[in-house]
Design a binder for this molecule. Sequence first.
Ligand SMILES: [Ca+2]
Ligand SMILES: [Ca+2]
Length: 366
Amino acid sequence: MHLWWDNDEDLLATPFGEAHKGCPSKDNRVIGNSFYRVQRAIRLAEDVGTLVCDNAFVACDKPVELVGRSQEDAEAAVWMDAPGLKEVVILRPGMDAAWQPRDVLAEFPKLMTGSGTQSAFLPKDALRGREYIFIDEWGPYDFSDYCVFPAVLRGGAVRYFNVLGPAGRFHITKTTGPVTVEPTAGALPCKVRVAATGEGVQPFKIELTIADKEHKTAVKDLAVEGTLLSAQWNVSFYSWTADKDPRESEENWSAIVQQQPVETMTVQSLDFTWAGGAPSEKVPRDHFATVATTRLSLPAGKWRVRTVSDDGVRVFIDAKQALANWTWHAPTVDEALVDLPAGAHDIRVEHFEIDGYAQLQFGIEP
Ligand SMILES: [Ca+2]
Ligand SMILES: [Ca+2]
């Protein structure tokens, strides 16, 4: 059991950090546990005010380890080997040595039993695994109704949707737009692939019907729509060091992207979820930069540009900035509306990754 706090300046600077006044780890209670064959059973690091009592330690090298302020804090506390209790006890200052842990345990609410009628466990034959967890606007989807998930697809050259329901089969009744759909029929649940057949922005609509397993009659008509984007993207990756932070100046950014790229690739869609990894073996997983360019022919009109980024992103259309979120952030959706004349447009997406998770996706739709 490890309770700790380290002085994480980035966390302290967030609204959460400010609201929790330094986010201390304090005043915890470690009571009534059994530790069996663990090297270090309880470790408190920069954690203060914690009460440790009535725990059993069997074959543990170090029942309680104290680090930093936790050490000073425990010295101010009262330690006792309580014969009536099972092991080491740290009492808080001011507490009576005759105090019994049961007094504290009595403060905890009793577990509710007998309320509710639904088992918390999935039935034996239930679908299991992350691929069957779908969260919609109502919460976790429970497979009691028929639906498509997601019902709107955006962005890349290839996208997927799921046909879901308690049981039954589906088949595609109509496809509008330059896309291929596979499979076009199948048993539920089913994952369906939608791929653009040409270059550019491809609006589409797919209609399908679901037949109930027993009655073989149509029980629901559903539709999936959206816009795929297939283009030839030239992508270059650069590596950078902390003294060239792109947030600090345009000169820093120019210096980064004027270097020789450490990696280049061409892709059909900007659809990168690197997570904690790197774009390739030649690119570091942190402190890298991405520049992706393409030329897209579009009809005249208002277009919605959409990015998902971690960290900084900006988009230029015909050398004019259309969207920017040039900051350190967790995966974030940014959108901008742009008015474009008909014709071919040069699109340039710039991105930098500082540390941790990394992601970059781009879409444009009417
Ligand atoms: Ca990273
Ligand atoms: Ca990051």
